[in-house]
Design a protein around this ligand. Structure first.
Ligand SMILES: Cc1cc2nc3c(=O)[nH]c(=O)nc-3n(C[C@H](O)[C@H](O)[C@H](O)COP(=O)(O)O)c2cc1C
Length: 195
């Protein structure tokens, strides 16, 4: 740990801010594979997210080539069914197949509304932990909540009981071709300080 100065400044503090700001969503990846050990390490870190009542509501599904193929084909079917556009369906399937890594993250379902909100928040924190860890290894992600994440065929494909869990995100990951730039509102626009 680096020395913390009286005003709270430290080398690590600057570093962590820089790293959080620099993480970017991308959908353009190199073909290069990401080692599954790195993803398992990222999941080990992700699960240290805060979670009320220590429910640990997350589950991670690291997809292999067969399931990826089936999911890409499901994406194409969904485009055909909702848009009736074969060309677009083929394009979306090819684009899905070009994603080097697929990680699905689910949250346990709860009948209690407050617990459900809190558990969902925890899973989102876990995904952020995961994406920040991966970014440090130069691996970028795209968190998606497209139609496939709510389709019952995805649940049967991965043997997920839709009464027990829902999908928080499908995370596509890989070494990025390029990273886009992003901006955020200025802090005074999003901060209210009270007396
Ligand atoms: C809950 C959630 C769902 C998202 N779903 C999608 C999606 O379906 N498609 C997509 O292109 N990006 C999706 N994103 C990524 C956002 O578009 C992205 O975070 C945003 O553009 C800001 O870019 P940044 O992550 O580089 O800061 C999602 C992000 C979150 C947190």
């Amino acid at each position: 740990m680096s020395e913390i100065l009286p005003d709270g400044e430290s080398h690590n503090l600057c570093l962590i801010g820089e790293r959080i700001r620099a993480r970017r969503t991308t959908k353009l990846f190199l073909k290069q594979e990401v080692r599954s050990e790195l993803i398992r390490d990222a999941i080990e870190v992700a699960r240290w997210a805060p979670n009320h009542h220590l429910t640990e509501p997350w589950h991670f599904y690291l997809l292999g080539p067969e399931k990826i193929k089936a999911c890409a084909s499901l994406i194409a079917s969904l485009v055909r069914e909702t848009k009736g556009d074969d060309d677009l369906a083929e394009f979306k399937e090819a684009s899905a197949l070009s994603m080097p890594g697929w990680l699905l993250v689910t949250c346990e379902k709860s009948a209690d509304e407050l617990r459900q909100r809190e558990d969902y928040a925890s899973v989102c924190c876990a995904i952020q932990n995961l994406t920040l860890y991966l970014a440090e290894a130069n691996v970028a992600c795209k968190w998606t909540t497209g139609l496939i994440t709510r389709d019952e065929r995805l649940f049967s494909l991965l043997d997920i009981d839709p009464d027990k869990a829902f999908v928080v995100g499908l995370i596509w990951y890989g070494f990025p071709k390029t990273l886009p730039t992003q901006s955020r509102k200025a802090v005074p626009e999003i901060l209210t300080e009270t007396d």
